[in-house]
Design a protein around this ligand. Structure first.
Ligand code: SF4
Length: 333
């Protein structure tokens, strides 16, 4: 690990001031569960770190009648276990407690979780591999290489790294937004516009400026939130990243037709992915095993398999169909 300077401002306003005058490459430290890892691997080499993890105003959890407001510094474990989150947004709670381990969830923040970096082994395991994300212009070892866990959707010839998070997948399905502050003031970014596909610049992963800080996440209160679930399929049932995941929210009308449907895909795309075409197939019709299967197929219609990851297309289709069944049961309770 290389030497760096450390600052811990006590407020959001002081943090914005510190970031405004910071050296290029300065990083915000929240829970530290990703940044410290990447610094030890020499992937992140910030000259300075601004620590926000003790700022009390970032750690609030407020569930109101219109929306859920999560301070970006709230701990994953605290949000996952919050009674109001479990009751009105069960899929959000599941997306958090199915991530990482209890120890990591106790440290990691929800804001930091959104911006976690890929687990692509070529990216993380050493500079000897070509990796456009780590060393722009060097190539991509995963294209044509070992790509069992790489993305099926949203990739490019320059990068097929999977976005590894779960929470953002459920948030994108529920139309969440993030509020960010920087030297220019505050702005709101929809979850759907926060992350970017790699294109020909895989090093760029989101739309935030280096001096901007996520201060809160807001999730609208909807019937689809109450009928939500997050289903994560992985090589083992704990402490593993998704091979395929689906965050689904459903509302069902009195006549049995689907009134609202939200489908997010995780573990299969280069960013949190919303399957809008699959949603359209279901809205206005009864949910059946056949229609759930058709929605799953629509969600993966544009999937592009590489060398070793093709089996995850069918896995993804089934994951979506199963998640729809679970959400359907919740929505009609
Ligand atoms: Fe690097 Fe992306 Fe290729 Fe992985 S998939 S080696 S992160 S460029």
């Amino acid at each position: 690990m290389r030497p760096f300077t450390y600052a811990a401002p006590g407020t959001v306003a002081a943090t914005v001031t510190a970031l405004g005058g910071a050296q290029p490459g300065t990083r915000i430290l929240a829970g530290g569960t990703t940044l410290y890892d990447l610094m030890k691997l020499d992937i992140e080499t910030p000259p300075a770190v601004v620590d926000v993890h003790r700022i009390a105003e970032l750690r609030t959890i407020e569930a109101g009648p219109r929306e859920l407001v999560l301070g970006a510094g709230a701990r994953m474990a605290d949000v996952a276990d919050h009674p109001a989150v479990k009751a009105a947004y069960p899929g959000l709670s599941e997306s958090l407690w199915r991530a990482a381990s209890q120890q990591l969830r106790t440290m990691a923040t929800v804001g930091g979780n959104l911006l976690q970096r890929t687990r692509c082994p070529y990216f993380r395991n050493g500079p000897e591999f070509p990796c456009n994300k780590r060393r722009p212009g060097s190539g991509c070892a995963a294209v044509g290489g070992h790509d069992r866990t790489h993305a099926l959707l949203g990739g490019s010839d320059a990068c097929v790294a999977t976005y590894a998070g779960d929470f953002a997948v459920m948030l994108i399905a529920l139309d969440a937004v993030v509020d960010v502050v920087g030297p220019g003031g505050e702005r709101t970014v929809p979850l759907a516009g926060l992350h970017v596909e790699p294109g020909d610049d895989p090093a760029r992963e989101h739309v935030l400026a280096p001096d901007e800080l996520i201060v809160r996440i807001r999730v609208p209160a909807t019937p689809a939130g109450r009928g939500s679930t997050y289903l994560k399929i992985r090589d083992r049932e704990s402490y593993a990243f998704a091979l395929a995941a689906a965050g689904v929210g459903l509302a069902v009308e009195a006549d049995g037709a689907v009134g609202d449907c939200r489908i997010g895909l995780g573990g299969v795309a280069t960013r949190p992915w919303r399957a809008m075409e699959a949603e359209r197939i279901l809205i206005g019709r009864p949910l059946t095993p056949q229609s759930a299967r058709r929605a799953g197929e629509a969600a993966f219609a544009e999937a592009r398999a590489g060398t070793e990851n093709g089996f995850r297309i069918e896995l993804g289709v089934r994951t979506v169909a199963d998640a729809l069944r679970i959400a359907g049961e919740r929505a009609t309770r």
